[in-house]
Design a protein around this ligand. Sequence first.
Ligand code: APR
Length: 236
Amino acid sequence: MTLPSSIVILTGAGISAESGVDTFRDRDGIWSKFDYRDVATPEGFARNPALVHDFYNARRSGLDTVAPNAAHVALARLEREFEGKLLLVTQNIDDLHERAGSQRPVHMHGELAKALCARCGARHAWRDSMSCASSCPTCEAVGHVRPDVVWFGEMPYHMEEIGEALDGCDLFVSIGTSGNVYPAAGFVEEARHAGARTAELNLEPSEGYSLFDEAIHGRATEVVPAFVERLLNGRK
Ligand code: APR
């Protein structure tokens, strides 16, 4: 494999699965237990904010019980040792990339450990429980604090930066995502349009597997470290 000069990596829930973080669409996944319309839409939050806070409070408190796995660690190694440009984009709202040593994962769906004030727009680190009685540390308004997570129907974050990176990359790697949710599911086509080589690393073929030049199926903790090793050693 010739060494690329600019890499974009997209990760999804599958990279955190072996750390014990639930995925969304696997058997027993999050969306088999909750209706996304109730807990991951602005309408659901307006209808029953306490239910939404409970949903994210349970996931936020779970962050302390999980740790990065070999796949997260391998991507942090790639970031350290790769001499070209690398952008790590994640759909995940957990903090496992950061805890594995990645310097700046781009959280396009937001972050579980952050709060957004719907009143003043301020964002704050938030590791504790959140409720309708929570107040914004900036404007002190009560009842306007929400998880800083992008819900269905809302615009994902950092899309301009991601689009520019995709337009200039020569390798796009998708890891641990089912390819069900746009705009992330369309990144492979943007990368192909830019002339990039594309690879999918996933437990099983994703919705868009046929769009990838290379598909490596297996557990992230096995296939990601092997892929990074191969990339850094410029092996065929
Ligand atoms: N190793 C590699 N891949 C895995 C592993 C594993 N150990 N376990 C599961 N997978 C794969 C599954 O095969 C599946 O294709 O990870 C993928 C997870 O898919 P989803 O559960 O749909 O998660 P994701 O693609 O990240 O969802 C995208 O949907 O609900 C929204 O905002 C939410 O960010 C999320 C978005």
